[in-house]
Design a protein around this ligand. Structure first.
Ligand code: HCA
Ligand code: CU
Length: 380
């Protein structure tokens, strides 16, 4: 199935708040919410109002900001929580309950029959309050699929807007997620959401597989922050979709990704990883002579993402032993120096030798280039 309409449920302000370093003040939450809204995500998911008195206030405040994004909060599956959520004035409520034997035994102690009754009661209540309603099962992958299907069919029959598949522990593979979501797609009519943790590095691939299988909503957080090592990162999902077809992400304001990543990195006191999707400092750097030559001729040779579409620029690294004369020429061009091919080739050899004898910097390369240009001018 090809990916068509989908929405992002941005959960930096819910799952992201579960990141070990996250302690967002209301001002910071508003800053994040406003930026995400300007980026264009369709939904913002907020921490449950039952988490703490301040969380309840934050929920109400953000619900009243008048953002374009629909505002959701996230609660356990019981009537009291659902009522508190509705009272915050949110557009929708995401309810979740654990269905795996682990969680049934060690968390809430309910049987599948009890969960089924409760799910129907809570979903019916939320629908009666005219809020967008999502029902999801925590640890879906380690739950009995027949149980999940039975519960999802029951809430689908009540008219729930969405059901969610949650890979709570990051154990799923793209094939498994594809299988689960496509089976659900064949059995129920409502929308399908996927929430995937990244413990084994599959969160983006799993989200993508869910979309391929017919999921309509994907949960993300900025930089992927969340419980443990987090969930599908917003930038990573965007990169994955763009690589398939830039049209899939043209609805978003892509240059804001950098600001989003930088803002959240600062607020939770981490560096953006060097190899981060789109915004890592090495994401658009090219080094080896062969790469540099081809990229200078046509960037698509080694770039699946066009940095300009994200408001970024590529960098061709010159000051190292793998350099080539094309990269040296491009640096000379940037400095406005005119050097002939023979000179550029000699300079490339000189840079390689210097690099073999120790670290050299771009400043060193620039001085060689200026000296060579002066010598050339003197000869002419
Ligand atoms: C958790 C809950 C959750 C919920 C996902 C969802 C998970 O913190 O354990 O509501 O879809 O990963 O299961 O984030
Ligand atoms: Cu989660």
């Amino acid at each position: 199935m090809s990916i068509q309409n989908y929405s992002i449920i941005e959960s930096t302000l819910r799952e992201g708040e579960q990141f070990v370093n996250a302690f967002f003040s209301i001002e910071e939450k508003i800053q994040i919410a406003t930026l995400l809204d300007a980026f264009g995500v369709e939904y913002l998911e907020l921490t449950s109002p039952l988490a703490s008195p301040q969380s309840a206030k934050d929920c109400t405040t953000i619900a009243r900001l008048g953002l374009n994004a629909r505002i959701l909060t996230h609660t356990r599956c019981n009537l009291e929580d659902a009522k508190r959520a509705v009272d915050c004035g949110v557009d929708g409520v995401d309810v979740v309950i654990g269905t795996s034997s682990f969680l049934r035994e060690f968390s809430h102690g309910m049987s599948i029959e009890q969960i089924l009754d409760l799910a129907q009661e809570v979903v019916a209540y939320l629908l009666s309050q005219n809020v967008e309603t999502r029902f999801s099962t925590e640890d879906s992958l380690r739950s009995d699929f027949a149980d999940i299907l039975e519960i999802y069919k029951a809430v689908d029959a009540l008219g729930v807007h969405r059901v969610g598949v949650a890979d709570t522990v990051g154990v799923g593979t793209p094939r498994q997620i594809y299988e689960i979501v496509s089976t659900l797609r064949q059995n129920i009519g409502c929308d399908i959401e996927f929430h995937g943790h990244n413990d084994s590095g599959c969160a983006i691939a799993n989200a993508y597989a869910a979309l391929e299988a017919g999921a309509t909503h994907i949960d993300t957080s900025i930089l992927g922050i969340g419980e443990r090592n987090g969930i599908t990162p917003l930038g990573g999902l965007v990169a994955r979709l763009y690589a398939t077809d830039p049209a899939l992400v043209k609805k978003y304001n892509l240059p804001l990704i950098r600001k989003l990543d930088q803002t959240v990195a600062r607020l939770v006191q981490v560096d953006i990883p060097f190899n981060n999707y789109i915004t890592g400092f090495a994401s658009f750097t090219h080094k080896a002579g062969i790469h540099a030559k081809a990229v200078l001729n046509n960037p698509s040779t080694y770039e699946i993402l066009n940095p300009e579409d994200f408001g970024l620029t590529r960098y061709v690294h010159v000051a190292h032993r793998l350099t080539g004369w094309n990269a040296v020429k491009s640096r000379a061009d940037q400095l406005g120096l005119i050097l002939d091919k023979e000179q550029l080739k000699r300079l490339a050899e000189q840079i390689k030798l210097m690099a073999d004898n120790g670290r050299i910097t771009l400043d060193d390369v620039d001085s060689y280039l200026y000296e060579a240009a002066e010598r050339q001018a003197a000869i002419i």
